[in-house]
Design a protein around this ligand. Structure first.
Ligand code: ZN
Length: 465
């Protein structure tokens, strides 16, 4: 008979607490010992996938890869190719993309799939949706990594009386920022997830009543909230602030520190299991290299030296055995620190990253004053269309221009996109501007933007008037 749900969840969390103890030990290891651990875990992973994953088994027999594989013998995977081969890549033949999609349509909480898997999904700025599956042991490692992040910020279970943590993000259980707290919610912390798509007035009201010890969200959202605090509508006093999902500009960090006299941390993470976190504010983010390998490469996939800006990264998860993630292309451009950190951790640090760097648009409201429209509202609409390959929203003095690039060059969806966006802006209290659609076959390459790709661009004004 299968264990009841609560027991299984508690079992997962107990395992996570044990893993966390192991992770803590790695933080004071010398670099050479960490690299040895990485090589050991990598060898186990590659051995496993060449036996259990039809995709990698086939690849090894076709290319006659010798038993002493190195990571570079394995192909680089972009998101599109990865999802096309999903059913052959996974190591459990019961996992089929079409079935997982049916399951995801009905997930409302922390449900297991087939009694043992948790399923997440992402919609990146390229419009390519991905699906990520973790078994219970792998999920416990995710939970342990999440506890490590909390501990690095000073939030340790039992050290404070049930700290209240508010995340402003996706209220979907298919996103790890919501699912992880949900799966770990056994009373150690008080978690609240507020939807990033809510009206700012609503967020202010909820935050005033919750009074969080810790606040997490997109840096641009934290920027809107600090304005609310400075203008006297928001009255909170969090001691820890964490930004993630976008770059955290140093100006904003200073503003947040000054307004709330709090520690402000920058966090980096992907749903596939890559995590990085600052040891001290402003020191750069340590990549959790005991759980993954990051290669920073140029446009031709050649490694770039530490201290140099790469064009993208290739990520290999050292703990994902159900759904192997090997040399998986992530389009973030980053610079790794050439020197070890003074804190003594053996993990390399991300010094700079150019991920999403979208503008907040200030649009004329129906009630007279301007409405600050966070990029999340545009992502929400534009990224819900599977056939939009890439897009840009540009705020011009005469209205909004939507540049859309479709998967098959077919723009039938364009009208629906325009209507949905107009409805969304109306709901936010915006006096809807004219929306013009341009169908394009290419959008400027991100490298031409000084490494700063923007989906949402304001050519009008940069702040609330
Ligand atoms: Zn450090």
């Amino acid at each position: 008979m299968r264990e009841p749900y609560t027991l299984r969840r508690l079992g997962d969390l107990a395992r996570a607490i044990a893993y966390r103890q192991a992770l803590i030990k790695h933080e004071c290891w010398p670099r050479a010992k960490l690299e040895e651990l990485q090589q050991h875990r990598l060898a186990r992973l590659l051995d496993w996938v060449t036996q259990r994953s039809p995709f990698y088994r086939e690849l090894c027999s076709t290319h006659r890869v010798s038993q002493s594989y190195s990571l570079q013998d394995f192909p680089i995977m972009d998101k599109k190719t990865y999802m096309q081969h999903f059913d052959e890549i996974v190591t459990d033949p019961r996992l089929r993309l079409s079935q997982l999609q049916k399951h995801m349509a009905h997930v409302s909480g922390d449900e297991y799939y087939l009694g043992e898997y948790r399923v997440l999904t992402t919609a990146g700025s390229s419009g390519q949706k991905t699906v990520v599956v973790f078994n219970r042991k792998e999920w416990s490692i995710q939970e342990a990594a999440s506890m490590r992040i909390a501990a690095m910020m000073g939030v340790v279970p039992f050290s404070m009386r049930r700290p209240t943590i508010v995340t402003i993000g996706s209220p979907s259980p298919l996103h790890d920022s919501y699912r992880l707290p949900l799966s770990m919610d056994i009373g150690l912390y008080r978690f609240h997830v507020l939807p990033a798509t809510a009206l700012i007035e609503e967020l202010v009201q909820r935050l005033n009543s919750i009074q969080p010890h810790m606040l997490r969200g997109f840096p641009s959202m934290l920027g809107l909230l600090v304005t609310e605090q400075l203008q006297g509508r928001l009255h909170i006093n969090p001691s820890i602030i964490a930004g993630g999902g976008e770059p955290l500009p140093s100006e904003l960090r200073k503003q947040l520190q000054a307004a709330w006299e709090s520690s402000v941390f920058d966090i980096y993470g992907t749903q596939e299991g890559l995590r990085a976190m600052e040891c001290n504010p402003g020191q750069g983010m340590h990549i959790f290299e005991d759980l993954g390998i990051v290669e920073v490469v140029d446009e031709d996939n050649c490694p770039v030296p530490d201290g140099t800006l790469g064009h993208k990264i290739l990520f290999t998860s050292l703990f994902s055995f159900t759904q192997p993630v090997i040399r998986y292309e992530i389009s973030d451009m980053m610079v790794l620190a050439p020197e070890p950190c003074t804190c003594g951790q053996p993990f390399r640090r991300i010094l700079a990253i150019n991920g999403r760097n979208d503008d907040v648009l200030y649009l004329q409201g129906r009630a007279g004053r301007q409405v600050a429209v966070h990029p999340v509202h545009f992502w929400n609409v534009l990224e819900s269309f599977a056939d939009i390959r890439q897009y840009q929203v540009v705020h011009e003095p005469d209205g909004i221009c939507l540049r859309l690039m479709f998967e098959e060059g077919n723009g039938n969806t364009a009208r629906t996109v325009k209507e949905q966006l107009a409805r969304k802006l109306h709901a936010l209290g915006v006096d809807c501007p004219s929306i013009r659609v341009e169908l394009v076959t290419t959008l400027e390459d991100r490298s031409r933007h000084m490494g700063k790709w923007k989906n949402i661009i304001s050519n009008v004004n940069q702040s609330m008037q």
